[in-house]
Design a protein around this ligand. Structure first.
Ligand code: AMP
Length: 113
């Protein structure tokens, strides 16, 4: 299987701006930020989409959410941030390696576009 873009970043084959990493995931700055804070929480395991996750991934998915909490708080936005998962091209997914978007620092309208 060819590596995903995010696997290449995790493996330092292409550059990424890392803000956090542990044994299960990394967090990088989005290259095209949609808000003053726009981070991507990416598991080392290359699950393509949220719908491809299984019960085996339950603890990992929970871990990603807690890491989102941590990095938002560490950046000073712990009280007002948004976590988003785009599932499938029709919902805006462009990199098929599951990731959480963590966005903050501007008014975040609801519903999103
Ligand atoms: P999605 O469209 O939900 O799959 O999100 C993919 C995100 O990855 C987009 O917000 C892109 O701006 C971001 N992205 C693409 N390439 C890179 C890269 N080389 N480094 C950091 N973020 C990237």
């Amino acid at each position: 299987m060819a590596k995903t873009l995010f696997e290449k970043i995790i493996d330092r084959e292409i550059p990424g701006s890392f803000v956090y990493e542990d044994e299960q995931c990394v967090v990088i700055k989005d290259i095209n930020p949609g808000a003053p804070l726009h981070l991507l929480v990416i598991p080392r395991k290359p699950i393509p989409r949220l719908v491809d996750a299984t019960v085996e991934d339950q603890a990992l998915l929970g871990h990603l959410m807690l890491v989102a909490n941590k990095v938002a708080a560490d950046a000073g936005f712990g009280e007002a941030f948004r976590v988003t998962v785009n599932n499938g091209a029709g919902a805006g997914q462009s990199v098929f390696h599951i990731h959480l978007h963590v966005m903050a620092g501007r008014p975040l309208k609801w519903p999103p576009g």
